[in-house]
Ligand binder design. Sequence first.
Ligand code: AMP
Length: 266
Amino acid sequence: MNSSDQHHRSAWLQGPSAECPEVPEPLEHPWRLVLLGAPGVGKGTQADLLTRHMGACHLSTGDLFRQAKTRSEREQTLAMSAALNFMRRGALVPDSIVWDMIRERTSCLRCAGGFVLDGFPRTLAQAQALKVLLESERLSLDAVVNYELPVVEIVARLSGRRTCEKCRAIFHQTAHPPQIEGVCDHCSGALYQREDDRPEAIAVRLEAYANSTTPLIEFYRKLGLLVTVAARGSPEAICERTVAEVQARSRFVAECRCEQRAGFAS
Ligand code: AMP
């Protein structure tokens, strides 16, 4: 991700008082997606690729908390300091704190270019609250993409992941190493291991995913929104697969609507 992408999301990352300097051109049919999948499955990378492809905004709750972490303790609200403590341990931040942050940023859900929600919702309560909010805003999701990958591969991905502290580019010690160890290829920033990518936090995150987030798969399947994508192969190949699945779902929905209209007409 480059710095202009970061600026582009200032309203999301810094809160409603910040405005995004570049507002996307209104699209005739902006895509609105939710990405699901265990931590480490590559949702962040896919969200970046998809938002570039679609001209949409990448809305990651994890990025929002990481951004808050860069502020001094004095600048942080009590709720945010509490949230960051949960995050450090790999535990989920309580729904009430997450929801307050989402509600404050409702304008980002109205983004003219559409959005890709990455890391939210993560519990049934969050998913139900999002459904009500979108309905009240007369917005609908185009699809909920569930990325699948076996647990052993997830653990290997997370424990080797290194992130640039400046531009947030992501590397992997074996699968995608930087040219110089510990240094970002793009901006020469230092690479670090996220606190929640350490082994003890990984175990907590995977358990939180299994207990809290897996039920969302059924929730969205019943709403007819779920598409499943194998998270294997290059990021570009996974992105192409995702776009094809979402387009197939959109065609299917459009055909059903046509048939319904024809049924009413006859
Ligand atoms: P991520 O980058 O999406 O893996 O998120 C990093 C961490 O932020 C998670 O392990 C949680 O501690 C916290 N977090 C992010 N999004 C949520 C959410 N929707 N609900 C609860 N906690 C969250």
